[in-house]
Design a protein around this ligand. Structure first.
Ligand code: SAM
Length: 290
């Protein structure tokens, strides 16, 4: 099979299979031949590892993963691509394509059933951008037995995810990801590296999963609800953003902030992970008293 990043090859496949790109499914296929080998190398594909890919498209990244990893499982939603993948990945005996929605499948079961003989499991994907946040959060929150998540996302999303918690660039997603993982910016990818070219620049990031969260949060549900409420009005003081959305009464917010040694006029975006954890634990102990 000639290179799957070659525009002529892609056009030929599309013509023979009567395939046209679906904007709704975020279909921008990689045509820059240097991107997938780099992603596969930096994403932890090696002879002992299993790799889970989300959205293989016509299989350009899948093939690079299959050349390096012990086993690759690729989940593709678009039924029109299943016969295409059967053709483009025919030379690999270590690839399994699952037709399904990565947001609805039981990923823990997929990993259990497919990677029992692998030393570790990594996720590597050029994500459809319309599901960037939900898919990353689903991967992290369900505490899957995975070592890392390497994904191509919009450059702005990558910068937000990799920003230090406590900086102006950080957001609720930054905090959530830093709770479960250590994110790293790997490299940028220009719009011209895709067919059709998207309007935005992209970037590849890797999130190394922490064996345990670094911060002692007594009640994770409360912690994430507080982060969501706080960042929903990030330019207000924390006291205001937590009270105006109805998350906490004015009195409790003042007490929780004082107990956590955080200035009442601080903004949530200025707090680091340790302070956020302390504030959430402080809110928890106040609600237990009253
Ligand atoms: N990996 C290919 C590449 O790099 O050229 C294609 C990447 S393209 C940005 C995203 C792919 O994800 C498309 O093939 C699309 O059909 C698929 N997709 C979209 N939503 C999905 C979902 N919910 N579950 C699984 N695959 C999905």
């Amino acid at each position: 099979m000639s290179s799957l990043s070659d525009i002529g090859t892609i056009k030929d496949i599309m013509q023979r299979h009567g395939f046209s790109f679906s904007k709704g499914l975020g279909q921008n296929f990689l045509v820059n031949p240097s991107v997938c080998p780099r992603m596969a190398e930096m994403g932890g594909a090696n002879e002992c590892a299993g790799v889970l890919e989300i959205g293989p498209g016509i299989g350009v990244l899948t093939a690079e993963l299959a050349r390096r990893a012990k086993k690759v499982v690729a989940i593709e939603l678009d039924d029109r691509l299943i016969p295409v993948l059967g053709e483009t990945l025919a030379e690999f005996s270590n690839v399994r394509v699952i037709h399904g929605d990565a947001l609805k499948l039981d990923l823990a079961a997929v990993i259990r059933e497919n990677f029992a003989d692998c030393e570790s499991v990594a996720v590597c994907a050029n994500l459809p951008y319309y599901i960037t946040s939900p898919i990353i959060m689903a991967l992290l929150e369900s505490r899957l037995p995975i070592s890392s998540v390497t994904v191509m996302v919009q450059k702005e999303a990558a910068e937000r995810i990799c920003a230090p918690v406590g900086s102006r660039e950080s957001g609720a997603l930054t905090v959530a990801i830093n709770y479960y993982a250590q994110p790293h910016m790997l490299f940028r990818v220009s719009p011209g590296s895709f067919m059709p070219p998207p309007k935005v620049t992209s970037a590849v990031i890797r999130m190394d999963i922490l064996p345990e969260p670094k911060y002692d949060v007594g009640d994770e549900k409360l912690f994430f609800a507080m982060v969501k409420a706080g960042f929903s009005q990030r330019r207000k003081t924390i006291a205001n953003s937590l009270t105006s959305g109805g998350f906490l009464s004015k009195e409790k917010a003042a007490l929780a902030l004082a107990n956590a040694d955080i200035a009442p006029n601080a903004r949530i975006e200025s707090l680091d992970m340790g302070q956020l954890a302390t504030l959430s634990n402080s809110i928890k102990s106040i609600s237990q008293i009253n």
